[in-house]
Design a protein around this ligand. Structure first.
Ligand code: AMP
Ligand code: MN
Ligand code: MN
Ligand code: MN
Length: 290
């Protein structure tokens, strides 16, 4: 069910979502139709380290004359102080050479890491993981999300949370260290492509307040423009805390469901609103709507 009544005065923005171009379940066409069903007005598709779902999504919107504005985006994985951090770029030119080059490098790093994860699983008597995840990815970008589904298929765990906890998080048998780019490289590529950079889900990195502030300083120094303040599923109080950080670091505020697949807790457009006083990224940087 949509998260709000049929008629509201303001548009609903969802600036973080995935298709099967990376680890989302829905095709780009299915995703945009679902966004309309959920009364989202403005949707950013932000697949992991790729932009390959966007053309098909726009084509579906144009052909069906769907009441949805699509923002072109991507979620780029970076390494910062040995933490895996996600930077969402929106309003990007998906054909920009600097961005295309960075995404190609990231894609190669993903293939290399998938091979190393599969080797580790094989040593732990779980064979066939590389073939399994490549089949699940269907030609799209491979993520640990695909390994999670492969391991569940193999009966190794009941759900995604458990499979990450026991197999795929740092230090576990299915974890291989990645070689992502730096924050600076990701933000630069996004800027070269004319976009704006958002620090994704800041509450999900397991950082203490002290380290999160260090991250915000670094992100701001690199020219990042916004942080994701509102998500579909969030700890109580986190939204207000993140809005306060946005103000303190003079960053704009973004909101996104991080939708991957239909499930009871996370939905396109669900619970997406910004606390009073937060300046929305689409207000401070209307060019993201281009
Ligand atoms: P990767 O970028 O390949 O490391 O994969 C990251 C993706 O795995 C995320 O975008 C989520 O889709 C998924 N993921 C990571 N950690 C978890 C978790 N603890 N529970 C569920 N999904 C997760
Ligand atoms: Mn994902
Ligand atoms: Mn992410
Ligand atoms: Mn995401």
């Amino acid at each position: 069910m949509p998260d709000r009544p049929l008629t509201t005065a303001f548009p609903l923005y969802d600036l973080h979502s995935h298709t099967n171009a990376s680890d989302g379940q829905l095709t780009p066409a299915e995703l945009v139709k679902r966004a309309v069903m959920m009364r989202v007005d403005v949707l950013a598709i932000t697949d992991h380290d790729c932009v390959t779902g966007i053309a098909a999504a726009q084509q579906t919107i144009d052909q069906g004359q769907l009441p949805l504005h699509l923002i072109k985006g991507s979620e780029i994985s970076v390494l910062w102080e040995n933490h895996e951090i996600h930077i969402v770029g929106i309003g990007i030119d998906i054909d920009n050479p600097a961005l295309t080059a960075l995404l190609a490098e990231q894609g190669q790093r993903r293939v290399d890491r998938a091979q190393r994860i599969a080797d580790r699983l094989e040593k732990a008597h779980i064979p066939g993981a590389l073939e399994g995840v490549l089949a699940l990815a269907g030609g799209g970008v491979v993520t640990r999300g695909h390994f999670a589904h492969f391991l569940i298929q193999q009966g190794k765990a009941d759900n995604i949370k458990q499979v990450f906890k026991h197999y795929l998080s740092r230090g576990k048998i299915g974890y291989a260290p990645p070689q992502w780019c730096t924050i600076n490289e990701a933000v630069d590529a996004i800027h070269h492509a004319g976009g704006r950079a958002i620090l994704a889900h800041p509450g999900r990195y397991g950082l203490s307040a002290k380290w999160l502030k260090r991250l915000l300083t670094c992100f701001t120094d690199c020219g990042g423009e916004a942080i994701e303040v509102a998500q579909s599923q969030q700890a109580p109080g986190e939204r207000l805390q993140l809005a306060a950080y946005a103000q303190e670091y003079q960053l704009a505020a973004s909101q996104g469901s991080d939708f991957h697949r239909p499930c009871p807790w996370i939905e396109l457009g669900r619970k997406l609103w910004l606390p009073k006083g937060a300046e929305a990224i689409w207000e401070r940087y209307p060019d993201v709507l281009r």
